[in-house]
Design a protein around this ligand. Structure first.
Ligand code: ZN
Length: 399
């Protein structure tokens, strides 16, 4: 039996000959694609990953490979993910029942513990320079975003507190209107946009150097925020309403134009229900079916319903359509990625199932003719530009 070296096999492969079938496949290094190379060459920032709440509910050690979830260290490294914004997610019920400040601090503690236990694999990123400095170190930089402003509890000193703890964006509201802003999901529009405190908070966030996240808020709250904010804002995990008509949680074309004028960035959410109308309506169909059957719309019902009516998963191409749409509408400088991994259940598109799959997205962008410069902007350049602008605005106020 002739022995082949990996190099010989690579040459044989390149010349169109097939390798001897008796050679163990493990001796052949997988060819690295252009997309995989770019995933390692450029910084990838994903502005919305729900690891903190996932671990809070169902703890696993994400410094090693995990069976559940969509994020762990080995898969992040494989996918080229450098800086996920870990979502310090506070459910809307905490606005009514209290405890948001407590939960936010605990979730931040848990991220610090992750770094503390695995300092060779993770590091906190408190400013945009940390992301650059830690790039290439083999460490995944953990940045923090707070999803739902409930823990601010109407006190600007709490903004200061959470800034000091490392929070670098706040999603003003989540699924219900809160003391800061109205929510797109909530039919009650108590404030017709931002509350008086919400307006104060926007200015205070500008002054301290905290990014303002307009994902989840009502259209009125969005327009009032971009009118008021002196620095660019972000949509940390939103997709486009033109593909999901009537879904206020996504952004329409006029909003994208207003966001671009503000210098901000929309970070596309990968969840199927955010990217296709069919997946978007699936939840409502299931709820209606449960109601008709007179049973609770719980996990067991969802499982049975899915067996009968397979979930219409979106594809990588539909996510690329959203990126294309923003680029055609306002140019390459205003779009990025906010996957919502670990936050949208089993609804991720085919080809984008977890943090190891960013190279698939890059491959799709290459096939659609995007240049490396454009791809770098989508992967992190646009978001880092906004983050720096927010930092610089705050610095200028303190001088
Ligand atoms: Zn969300």
């Amino acid at each position: 039996m002739q022995k082949y070296t990996a190099l010989t096999l690579a040459i044989l492969g390149a010349s169109g000959l097939t390798a001897c079938s008796t050679t163990p496949a493990t001796s052949v290094a997988e060819p690295v694609s252009k997309a995989q190379q770019l995933a390692q060459k450029y910084i990838i920032v994903d502005t919305h990953i729900d690891v903190p709440y996932r671990l809070h509910k169902d703890w696993e050690d994400v410094s090693v490979a995990t069976k559940r979830g969509e994020f762990d260290y080995p898969r992040a490294i494989q996918g080229g993910l450098n800086a996920p914004f870990m979502s310090i997610y506070i459910p809307a019920s905490y606005e009514r029942n209290g405890g948001g400040y407590q939960l936010a601090n605990q979730l931040i503690d848990n991220m610090e513990a992750l770094v503390g236990r695995s300092p060779g694999k993770f590091a906190m990123a408190h400013d945009s320079k940390d992301v650059l400095a830690q790039f290439g170190s083999g460490k995944v930089s953990l940045a923090l975003g707070m999803e739902n402003g409930t823990p601010i509890e109407g006190k600007l000193e709490n903004l200061q507190h959470f800034y000091q703890r490392g929070i670098r964006y706040i999603t003003l509201a989540h699924s219900e209107s809160n003391h800061i802003a109205d929510s797109s999901y909530d039919i009650r529009r108590k404030w017709r946009g931002l509350s008086p405190f919400g307006k104060e908070l926007v200015t205070a966030m500008n002054n301290i150097g905290m990014m303002i996240d307009i994902s989840h808020v009502s259209d009125e709250a969005f327009y009032q925020t971009v009118a008021l904010s002196k620095a660019p804002v972000i949509a940390s995990h939103s997709s486009l309403r033109s593909y999901t008509p009537g879904f206020e949680r996504n952004m329409d074309d006029d909003m994208i134009k207003a966001l671009a004028k503000n210098g901000g960035v929309v970070q596309i959410n990968f969840g199927s229900s955010f990217v296709t109308a069919m997946a978007n309506q699936y939840g409502a169909l299931r709820k209606a079916a449960a109601k008709q059957a007179g049973v609770a719309d719980d996990d067991a019902f969802e499982l049975a319903f899915r067996k009968k009516h397979p979930y219409p998963f979106a594809t990588l191409d539909t996510v690329l359509d959203h990126i294309d749409h923003v680029v055609k509408l306002v140019g390459i400088d205003y779009v990025g990625i906010g996957s919502d991994y670990d936050g949208v259940g089993d609804s991720l598109p085919v080809g984008l199932k977890d943090v190891s799959t960013y190279p698939n997205l890059i491959d799709g962008l290459l096939k659609r003719g995007y240049s490396e410069t454009d791809i770098e902007k989508i992967l992190s350049g646009n978001l880092l530009r906004v983050w720096r602008a927010v930092e610089q605005y705050a610095l200028a106020q303190s001088l």
